[in-house]
Design a protein around this ligand. Structure first.
Ligand code: DC
Length: 241
């Protein structure tokens, strides 16, 4: 069933059996790790960045002033947003139109900081994220504030990080695989700008939860990170794995 903005998250009140949060900066590998881990744990996968991206895309298409929080909230109420875990990725639609690829656009990525810094937008998205969890027995959720704000009671929390040079290199490889040549230095600067706005906003900033396991992925393969994360979960939540 699609998860959409019009549902009333307050009406959902069940407790998930397993909630795993993975937070970290852009390029830390958290999306890929979260997806693979969800598969392995037979859990639903929630990509919360896709939510901030989708509202930004709808706002850009509506021509609204991105720095105007009231207008962003109105965009959220006006459109139907569907977030559905499928085929190892999160399918995103606005008013029934698939935008899974469109929300990854570089120009759009640079504009997401407005929605991310708007407290009333965050408040609504946080409720949708909790509602998603309440509908699934097991979830692996990834973002910036999942362990700190959204699921402080999560069974296991991880914070992935990596040197900015390595994160830029990964992004370049990803773009080139899609046939889009990219300049490493420009990518690095864009990532650093995003780190700054993610770390410095007053609501839901990027930071590890005090009880998160921090993993530096700079010199690790995806498979190695998944293995480490899985081992931690096995140790902490032996009854759920
Ligand atoms: O993970 P991502 O690159 O798709 O995230 C896009 C932007 O969304 C990111 O720069 C900050 C914002 N975001 C957020 O503020 N809180 C989250 N839980 C997830 C993403």
């Amino acid at each position: 069933m699609p998860e959409h903005a019009r549902e009333d998250p307050d009406s959902v009140n069940s407790i998930s059996e397993l909630v795993v949060t993975i937070d970290g900066p852009a390029g830390s590998g958290k999306s890929t790790v979260a997806r693979l881990l969800a598969e392995r744990l037979d859990a639903a996968f929630l990509d919360t960045g896709a939510m901030y991206r989708a509202i930004t895309l709808a706002a850009v298409r509506d021509g609204v002033e991105l720095s105007d929080e009231g207008q962003l909230v109105a965009v959220l109420a006006k459109h139907r947003f569907d977030f559905k875990a499928a085929q190892g990725k999160m399918l995103v639609a606005i008013d029934g139109q698939d935008v899974t690829e469109a929300i990854r656009d570089n120009d759009l990525t640079a504009k997401v900081r407005f929605a991310a810094a708007a407290p009333r937008v965050r408040e609504r998205l946080v409720r949708m994220q909790r509602a998603f969890a309440a509908r699934h027995a097991r979830i692996v959720t990834e973002g910036r504030d999942q362990g700190t704000v959204v699921f402080p009671e999560a069974n296991a929390k991880f914070y992935l990080t990596a040197h900015v040079r390595e994160r830029a290199r990964r992004r370049k490889t990803e773009l080139e695989a899609k046939g889009r040549p990219a300049d490493l230095e420009q990518i690095r600067q864009a990532i650093e700008a995003r780190d700054r706005s993610d770390e410095n906003r007053t609501v839901g900033p990027l930071k590890p939860a005090p009880d998160a396991v921090v993993i530096d992925t700079t010199d690790l393969s995806i498979a190695q990170v998944v293995e480490r994360v899985y081992r931690h979960i096995e140790e902490r939540c032996s009854r759920s794995v």
